[in-house]
Ligand binder design. Structure first.
Ligand SMILES: Nc1ncnc2c1ncn2[C@@H]1O[C@H](COP(=O)(O)OP(=O)(O)OP(=O)(O)O)[C@@H](O)[C@H]1O
Ligand SMILES: [Mg+2]
Length: 464
C-alpha cells in the first residue's frame, strides 16, 4: 500500500496536502508538521466517531449548576512529598497527568519509583512500556529496589490490548511510557503522529474518567523543547508536568505548568543517583554547597519557586573580546533578560559590556524564571567586570526596570527568612519592600539593605 505524505496543524489538527506557513482553519503560524499514512481504499477509510459525553465519558442532558453534587476528590499521596506538592497535595483519582522531558532525563526512573511507592501503600499499578523490554524494566526495578505483587508490567503498544489489561486488572493507577508509542487500530498515521497521539490520549482520558483511576502519560519533547504531538494534548489532560535539568548535572526539577487541581509553578527537586532519584528536601543548602569564597562574578539570589523560597547562586564571566560581535551565553536565565540587563548596565552605569564576551550560569542547572533574580544577575555582572568580589554572606533580590530602578518583589518576608535561615548576614532588598507594615529591620537578625536602584547597590556595604 502506498504511503501518503500530508501535513497536520499541531494546534487544531487541520489536515492539508501541502505545507503552509499559516493554518487557514485556526490562524496559527508555523504549526504544520509532516505526517504519513497508508493510503487505504476508499471503502476501508474510517471516520472518527464523535465522542458521546465528551472526554468525561458521561452522557447527560443539561442540568442546573446548583443541582450538581460536589464530588469528593480522592487525593492519594504518591510517597514522594516533592511530587505531592507539585500536584497540589497528592494525585487526584481519575485525573490524567502528562509528564514530559528530554530523552534520558529520568522520566521512566521517576515513574517506576512513584509506582513502587504507590504499590507499597496498597495500590494496584499497571505500568505499560512501549519503549523497553521486560528484562530492561526488571533491571531498572532491581536497581531502584522497587517490587510488589500488585505492580504489573506490560510491554505493549496496541491500545486495545492495554485497555483489555486495565479491564482485567482494574488498577488504581495506569502509566503509559510513552503516549507516542501507542498505536490505535483503525486510525491513520504511524505511532507518534498527531492523529494517533490525539486519539490515544483521548481514549486514555475517557478511560480514566469512566473507571476512576489515575493515568500518567509520558510525553516526548520535540527539538524546540515543547511536547511532541498536538498542542491540544496539553489542553485535554488535567495536569502537565515538565521534568527539567541538565543531563550532566545531578539535579532534576519537576515543574507543573498546568494543573486543574492545584496551583502551578510549584517545583519538586530531585537528585539523580545510582539508586534512582532522591528527593532534595532542602534545595538551597544543596545548591549552595561548595561555593567558592571571595571570587568575583558570584552572587546568591533568593527566588520563589511556587510557594517555596530557594537560594541559588548566579555566576558571571565577562572577558574582553577582539571580535566585533561579542558572545553572550546564558544557562538558567532567560537570554532576553540578560540582554536587557546588559543594556541597562551599559547605559545607566556606563559599563562597557559591548566589548566583552559574557557568560552567565545558574549553579545546579536550575532555570530561574522569577524576575527577582535581576538584581543578583546585575551584581554578578558588575562584580566580574570590575573584578571586585561580593562578600560571601550577602544575597540580593529585586527586579530591575529599564531606568535601573529596583522594583518591589512578592513574598519578600519568605525570601528574607530563607536567607536568614541559611546564615546570610546581609540582603539587598528593594526599598519599596522595607518600612512600617512591610519588612521591619527590628524583626530580623539579617541586615536589610534597602536599594532604590542599581546605583545604590554599587555603594552598598557588600563589596570586598
Ligand atoms: N546505573 C545507573 N547509575 C546512575 N544513573 C543511571 C544509571 N542508569 C541510568 N541512570 C540515569 O538515568 C537516566 C535514564 O533514565 P530514564 O531511562 O528513566 O530516562 P527517560 O527520561 O525515561 O529516558 P527516555 O527518554 O529514553 O525514555 C540516565 O540518563 C542516567 O542519568
Ligand atoms: Mg523512558
Amino acid at each position: 500500500m502506498a504511503l501518503k505524505t500530508f501535513y497536520v496543524c499541531s494546534e487544531c489538527g487541520n489536515k492539508v496536502s501541502k505545507w503552509m506557513g499559516k493554518c487557514p482553519n485556526c490562524g496559527t503560524w508555523d504549526s504544520f508538521v509532516e505526517d504519513v499514512e497508508e493510503e487505504a481504499p476508499k471503502s476501508r477509510q474510517i471516520r472518527q466517531p464523535a465522542r458521546a459525553g465528551g472526554y468525561s465519558g458521561f452522557e447527560s442532558s443539561a442540568v442546573p449548576l446548583d443541582n450538581l453534587e460536589t464530588p469528593a476528590f480522592m487525593r492519594s499521596q504518591t510517597g514522594y512529598a516533592e511530587i505531592d506538592r507539585v500536584l497540589g497535595g497528592g494525585m487526584v483519582g481519575s485525573s490524567v497527568i502528562l509528564l514530559s522531558g528530554e530523552p534520558g532525563i529520568g522520566k521512566s526512573t521517576l515513574l517506576m519509583q512513584i509506582c513502587g511507592a504507590m504499590v507499597s501503600r496498597g495500590n494496584k499499578v499497571l505500568y505499560v512500556s512501549g519503549e523497553e523490554s521486560p528484562g530492561q524494566l526488571k533491571m531498572r526495578a532491581k536497581r531502584l529496589a522497587v517490587s510488589g505483587t500488585d505492580f504489573y508490567i506490560q510491554t505493549e503498544t496496541s491500545i486495545e490490548k492495554i485497555i483489555g489489561e486495565t479491564e482485567r486488572l482494574s488498577p488504581d493507577m495506569l502509566v503509559i511510557d510513552s503516549v507516542q508509542t501507542v498505536w490505535c487500530d483503525g486510525m491513520s498515521g504511524m505511532p507518534g503522529s498527531v492523529s494517533q497521539v490525539r486519539e490515544a490520549s483521548g481514549r486514555f482520558i475517557a478511560l480514566a474518567k469512566s473507571k476512576g483511576f489515575s493515568v500518567i502519560l509520558v510525553g516526548h519533547v520535540n527539538k524546540d523543547g515543547g511536547i511532541a504531538g498536538p498542542k491540544v494534548l496539553e489542553h485535554m489532560v488535567d495536569t502537565v508536568l515538565h521534568f527539567e535539568g541538565e543531563r550532566e548535572e545531578a539535579y532534576r526539577v519537576i515543574r507543573s505548568v498546568k494543573n486543574r487541581f492545584g496551583p502551578t509553578n510549584e517545583i519538586g527537586v530531585f537528585e539523580m543517583t545510582g539508586e534512582g532519584l532522591r528527593e532534595v528536601k532542602n534545595p538551597s543548602e544543596a545548591l549552595l554547597a561548595g561555593r567558592p569564597n571571595n571570587v568575583s562574578g558570584n552572587c546568591a539570589v533568593c527566588v520563589m519557586e511556587g510557594t517555596r523560597p530557594i537560594i541559588a547562586e548566579i555566576q558571571a564571566l565577562v572577558a574582553p573580546t577582539v571580535y566585533p560581535s561579542p558572545k553572550r551565553t546564558s544557562n538558567g536565565i532567560d537570554y532576553n533578560r540578560l540582554y536587557v540587563l546588559l543594556a541597562v548596565l551599559e547605559k545607566r552605569l556606563g559599563l562597557r559590556f559591548s566589548t566583552c564576551d559574557t557568560y552567565l550560569n545558574v549553579i545546579g542547572g536550575l532555570r530561574l524564571e522569577d524576575t527577582a533574580a535581576d538584581l543578583s544577575t546585575a551584581l554578578s555582572l558588575i562584580s566580574c567586570i570590575k573584578d571586585r568580589p561580593i562578600a560571601d554572606n550577602v544575597t540580593a533580590v529585586g527586579e530591575i526596570g529599564l531606568s535601573g530602578e529596583c522594583r518591589a518583589v512578592s513574598s519578600a518576608e519568605q525570601r528574607v527568612k530563607e536567607a536568614e535561615r541559611l546564615g546570610f548576614k546581609k540582603i539587598l532588598i528593594p526599598s519599596r519592600n522595607v518600612g512600617k507594615g512591610k519588612l521591619e529591620q527590628s524583626r530580623y537578625q539579617i541586615e536589610l539593605l534597602p536599594v532604590r536602584s542599581v546605583f545604590d547597590a554599587l555603594t552598598a556595604d557588600i563589596w570586598n
